[in-house]
Design a protein around this ligand. Structure first.
Ligand code: ASP
Ligand code: MG
Length: 863
C-alpha cells in the first residue's frame, strides 16, 4: 500500500480548551501546523470547546429545567464573540446558526422541564461546534487552507450491549479499527482539516458525546481510523510528570513512557491525558506526543512502544483523592464457596465498578473509583442494606489512593524499604499490588495523601540517578510562579513593607499581627454551643498575645506552674476559675501550689490519687480522659491511645470513681484532647460523646472540656476546618445533653496564622542539582520542620513578585543535618540579604526555641 492508502501522511494534532481560548495560543497553534505541513504531512486538527464552556453548558443543563439559567447562555455567546473579534473574524456570520441552535435547545429544556440524554448531548456538542467554527476560519485565513469537518460524519459510535442509555449517549465509544471511509473523507477535504473533539454520532445518526475530557479520545480515534503517523496532544502542561508538580515542585518530566505505563498513569489520576485515549494509539502503534501549547519548543513526553530499557523503575507517584472503600467483614466466610461471587453480584446490581481489592482471612476490602461511581451516594443506603445480608459492611470515605507506578515493581521492593518507613506515621487502609506489576497502591486518609506523595517521591524518585527516564523539573522548564489560587491577600502580604523594615532593623524575629489574633479568637467564640474557650498558652506565651486574648474574653489553659504564674503576674485580678491547670507527670509540688491558688486542677493519672491522697481530699477536680484513640498530622502530636503518655485510660475509671468516693472528691469536669491539626469537624462531638459516657460512670460532672486540635489551613491547597459543620454537630450534642457546660481549649488555631518568622539570607550553595539557601536562624528558633516534618509556606519577601524559577532547600546555620526549614521549595533567584518569611509560625515557634550552638533565637514583636 502506498502512504496515501494507509494515511501515514497524516498527523493528528489535538488542542485542549486552554490552548484554543486566546489569540496568543492560536499563534502557537499556527506555527505548529506550519511546521508539520512544512515537513510534508497532512494535518488533522481536533479541538475542544473553549476552556470552561463545557462546564457552563453542564450548568445550563442542570438549571434550565427550573428556568434558572440566568445570563449563562449570554455568557457562553459572549466568550465566543470576544475570541472571534480578537481573532478579527466575522463572528456574526460564522456563529449565527450555532447561537440560534443553542438558544433553541435551552428554550426546549425550559419548556419541557427536563433535558433528555439526547438533548444534553446536543447542547454539550455546541461547545465544540462553535469553537471549531472560529478555529477553522482563523486557520483558513492565516494559512490559506483548511476545511471544517463535522466530526459526526467520521466518529460513528457503537451500540454496546449491556450499556446504559446514558453511557451510550453521554459517554459513547467508537471502534478503533482502521476505517477507510474516514481516511477518504479526510483526503477528500484536502491537506488540512479542522474538526471537533468530544462529539460523534450513533447508529441512528444522532449526536452523542464521548464523556468529559473526551477530546483526547476523539483525537486517538481519528489517529486509529486513518492510521496516522503520530498523535500529538497539545495541552497547558509540558508533559507527564513523576508527581503532580503543584504538590511536588521537584517532580520530574517523564521523557518517555511505554503505552502500558502511560495507561497506568492516566488511569490513576494524572489528568493530562484521558485514559481512554491510549488504547487506540497502542493498537496501531501510533506514538503519542504530549506537549505544551504555550511552550511549543519543549519536547514533552513521548508515549510509544520503543522499549527504551527494561530496568525496573518507579516512574510516578500518583494520587486519587476521595476514594470510597467498602470493607466486608465476616468470620469464617471465606472458606465457603461463592461468597465473593454473591457479594460482587450486589455491586453489579447497583452498577458499582470495583477498582482495588485486598483480602484477608475475615475481611475483603474493595475501593470504588469516584469517577466511575458518582451515583454511589444516591444508592448507598439500599446497597449497604443488601450487602449486609452477606457480611458486616463498613463504608470508609475521605481516603486517597496513593500509587507507585512503573515497571516491574515487584522486583525492586527491597530497594523501596527505606521509603516505606514513612508509613510508620500513617494509617494504611488498604494495600494493593496490581497483577500487571505496574502499580503498587496504598489507601490512606485524604489529609495525609499529599504529604505521603512528597515523602515517597523524595525517597524513590528524587534520589534515583536515572537521567534517561526523568527530565527537568517544572520550575526548570517553566520558570513559573507558584499558583496560589487565593482570593484574599494574607495579612503579611498586605503588611509586607512594614515587615521588610522590621527585618532590616531587628535581625531574626517573630512578628505577630494583633488583628489576626483577634480574628481567630472571634472564630472560636462564634461556635455557639461552646460556653467557654480557654487559650492553650503553651502554643505562644508572649505577654502581648496573652493580653490580646484576655481582652477577647478567653481563659487560659496552663500545662506548668510556670505558665500559671505568668498568667497571674499579667492578670492578678483574674477569676482563678478561668485558669485550668493540665499538667502531665508533674511533680507533687506543682499540684500543691495549684490547689493553694484555687485554680482548676486536672489529673491525668490515677497515681497522684493513690500516692498522695491527702493532698486532694475534699477537693474539686478535673480529670483528663484518654478516649482511646489519637488523631493528628504526625504521630508526635497524637495525644490519645495506648502509646500516648496522656490521660487516664477508660479501664481505670471504675477505680478512680472508688478513690473519689473514699476521698470525698467532686469531679467537676472531664477533659480530653486527642491531638493537633484535626480537620474532621465531627471529632469534637465524638469526644463529647465519649466524655459523656465517662461522666455517667462518675456522676456529678458539670463541665466537658473537648480539648483543642482545631486544624488550620496550612497552605493554599488545603481546606479549612469546617467550623459550621463543627458547630452544627456540637449543637446536636447540646440538644441531647443540655446538662453540661462545654469548653474548648484551642492553642495553635488561635495563634499560628497570626505569626511569621523573618530571617535573612546568609549564603547560597549548589551541590549538583541540589541548591541550598542559607538563612540566619534555623532550628534554634523554629523546630517544627525538624521535629514533625512540618511544611510551612516559605517565601522570599524581598522578591515576592519575581518568578519562582528553581527548587531549593532552605536551611539554617545550626550544626545539625536536621536544621532544614524547608525542603524542595519553589523559590526565586535569592541573594544574600534577602528577607525570607516563614508563614503560620505564631504557634510553637518562639516557645520551643533554644540557645543551641549559643545562637540566640529570634525575638518577638507584636504589630
Ligand atoms: N470540552 C469537553 C470537556 O471539557 C471535552 C474536552 O475538552 O476534552 O470535557
Ligand atoms: Mg484534557
Amino acid at each position: 500500500m502506498s502512504e496515501e492508502d494507509t494515511g501515514r501522511k497524516w498527523i493528528v494534532l489535538k488542542f485542549g480548551g486552554t490552548s484554543v481560548s486566546t489569540v496568543e495560543s492560536w499563534q502557537n497553534i499556527l506555527s505548529v501546523i506550519r511546521e508539520r505541513r512544512g515537513d510534508g504531512y497532512r494535518v488533522c486538527v481536533v479541538h475542544s470547546a473553549l476552556s470552561g464552556i463545557s462546564d457552563m453548558l453542564e450548568e445550563i443543563i442542570e438549571r434550565a429545567p427550573r428556568n434558572n439559567t440566568g445570563d449563562l447562555v449570554e455568557q457562553v455567546k459572549q466568550r465566543h464573540d470576544k475570541l472571534g473579534k480578537a481573532l478579527d473574524l466575522p463572528v456574526d456570520e460564522l456563529l449565527k446558526e450555532d447561537f440560534d441552535e443553542l438558544e433553541h435547545i435551552v428554550r426546549g429544556i425550559e419548556l419541557i422541564g427536563e433535558a433528555s440524554y439526547r438533548v444534553q448531548a446536543r447542547l454539550l456538542a455546541m461547545g465544540e461546534l462553535m469553537a471549531t467554527r472560529l478555529g477553522a476560519a482563523y486557520v483558513r485565513r492565516e494559512l490559506e487552507e483548511g476545511t471544517w469537518i463535522d466530526s459526526r460524519e467520521c466518529i460513528r459510535t457503537s451500540a454496546l450491549k449491556n450499556v446504559s442509555e446514558r453511557s451510550l449517549i453521554l459517554s459513547a465509544v467508537s471502534a478503533t479499527d482502521f476505517d477507510r471511509s474516514v481516511l477518504d473523507r479526510l483526503n477528500e477535504a484536502g491537506n488540512l482539516v479542522v474538526t471537533q473533539g468530544f462529539i460523534g454520532s450513533d447508529e441512528e445518526g444522532k449526536t452523542v458525546v464521548l464523556g468529559r475530557g473526551g477530546s483526547d479520545v476523539s483525537a486517538a480515534y481519528y489517529a486509529a481510523k486513518i492510521g496516522a503517523e503520530r498523535l500529538e496532544i497539545w495541552t497547558d502542561v509540558p508533559g507527564l510528570f513523576s508527581a503532580n508538580p503543584q504538590n511536588v515542585p521537584s517532580a520530574r518530566l517523564l521523557n518517555h513512557l511505554s503505552y502500558k505505563e502511560a495507561q497506568e498513569i492516566a488511569t490513576n489520576g494524572a489528568e493530562v491525558l484521558h485514559p481512554r485515549s491510549i488504547r487506540p494509539a497502542r493498537q496501531h502503534n501510533i506514538p503519542i506526543h504530549v506537549r505544551c501549547t504555550h511552550r511549543p519548543e519543549l519536547s514533552g513526553t513521548v508515549i510509544s512502544d520503543e522499549a527504551s530499557d527494561d530496568e525496573a523503575l518507579v516512574k510516578t507517584i500518583a494520587v486519587r483523592k476521595n476514594v470510597i472503600l467498602i470493607s466486608m467483614e465476616s468470620l469464617g466466610m471465606w472458606q465457603q464457596v461463592g461468597f465473593l461471587a454473591e457479594a460482587f453480584e450486589v455491586f453489579k446490581q447497583y452498577g458499582l465498578s470495583i477498582d482495588l481489592i485486598s483480602t484477608s482471612e475475615s475481611n475483603v476490602t474493595v475501593s470504588l473509583d469516584p469517577g466511575l461511581n458518582s451515583h454511589f451516594h444516591d444508592i448507598r443506603e439500599s446497597f449497604v442494606e443488601d450487602l449486609s445480608v452477606l457480611c458486616r459492611v463498613e463504608v470508609i470515605e475521605s481516603v486517597s489512593a496513593v500509587s507507585l507506578l512503573g515497571r516491574r515493581i515487584r522486583t525492586i521492593l527491597h530497594q523501596l524499604g527505606g521509603a516505606f518507613e514513612v508509613f510508620e506515621e500513617q494509617k494504611v487502609y488498604l494495600v494493593n499490588q496490581a497483577a500487571n506489576d505496574l502499580n503498587f497502591t496504598f489507601v490512606v486518609e485524604n489529609e495525609q495523601a499529599d504529604r505521603l506523595v512528597r515523602q515517597l517521591h523524595d525517597h524513590i524518585i528524587s534520589q534515583s540517578g536515572n537521567q534517561q527516564s526523568f527530565g527537568p523539573t517544572w520550575p526548570e522548564l517553566m520558570g513559573d510562579r507558584e499558583t496560589t489560587g487565593r482570593e484574599q491577600p494574607l495579612w503579611w502580604e498586605e503588611r509586607r513593607g512594614e515587615l521588610l523594615d522590621i527585618a532590616a532593623e531587628s535581625g531574626p524575629c517573630y512578628v505577630y499581627d494583633r488583628e489576626t489574633l483577634k480574628k481567630y479568637a472571634g472564630l472560636i467564640r462564634g461556635i455557639g454551643p461552646v460556653d467557654y474557650a480557654l487559650y492553650a498558652m503553651k502554643a505562644n506565651a508572649n505577654p502581648e498575645v496573652l493580653r490580646t486574648f484576655r481582652e477577647q474574653g478567653l481563659g487560659f489553659e496552663c500545662v506548668s506552674i510556670g505558665e500559671v504564674r505568668r498568667v497571674l503576674d499579667l492578670f492578678p485580678d483574674i477569676d482563678r476559675k478561668e485558669i485550668l491547670f493540665t499538667p502531665n507527670f508533674a511533680p507533687r509540688s506543682e499540684y500543691e501550689e495549684a490547689l493553694d491558688l484555687g485554680i482548676n486542677v486536672t489529673l491525668d493519672n490515677i497515681y497522684p490519687l493513690q500516692q498522695w491522697p491527702e493532698l486532694f481530699r475534699g477537693e474539686e477536680l478535673f480529670l483528663r480522659i484518654d478516649p482511646g484513640h489519637g488523631h493528628g498530622h504526625h504521630k508526635h502530636v497524637k495525644t490519645g491511645g495506648m502509646h500516648s503518655k496522656f490521660g487516664i485510660p477508660r479501664f481505670e475509671i471504675e477505680e478512680v470513681a472508688g478513690l473519689a468516693g473514699e476521698l470525698d472528691l467532686s469531679i467537676k469536669g472531664l477533659h480530653a484532647h486527642i491531638g493537633s491539626g484535626i480537620k474532621d469537624p465531627l471529632s469534637w462531638k465524638q469526644t463529647a460523646i465519649i466524655l459523656h459516657k465517662v461522666a455517667r460512670q462518675l456522676g456529678g460532672v458539670e463541665i466537658l472540656d473537648l480539648g483543642g486540635g482545631f486544624g488550620i489551613r496550612e497552605n493554599d491547597t488545603e481546606a479549612h476546618l469546617d467550623i459550621r459543620e463543627l458547630t452544627q454537630s456540637l449543637a446536636q450534642f447540646r440538644e441531647a445533653h443540655p446538662e453540661y457546660t462545654l469548653w474548648v481549649e484551642p492553642g495553635r488555631f488561635l495563634v499560628a496564622v497570626a505569626g511569621v518568622l523573618l530571617t535573612t539570607v546568609t549564603q547560597l550553595k549548589g551541590k549538583g542539582k541540589v541548591k541550598y539557601v542559607g538563612v540566619d536562624t534555623g532550628m534554634n528558633s523554629f523546630i517544627r520542620p525538624a521535629l514533625y516534618g512540618a511544611r510551612h509556606t516559605i517565601v522570599d519577601l524581598s522578591r515576592l513578585d519575581e518568578p519562582n524559577s528553581q527548587s531549593v532547600n532552605i536551611v539554617g546555620p545550626i550544626c545539625e543535618s536536621g536544621d532544614k526549614l524547608g525542603i524542595d521549595r519553589l523559590f526565586p533567584q535569592a541573594a544574600e540579604g534577602d528577607v525570607v518569611l516563614i508563614a503560620n509560625t505564631g504557634a510553637y515557634g518562639q516557645v520551643m526555641s533554644s540557645h543551641y550552638n549559643l545562637r540566640p533565637p529570634a525575638q518577638e514583636i507584636v504589630i
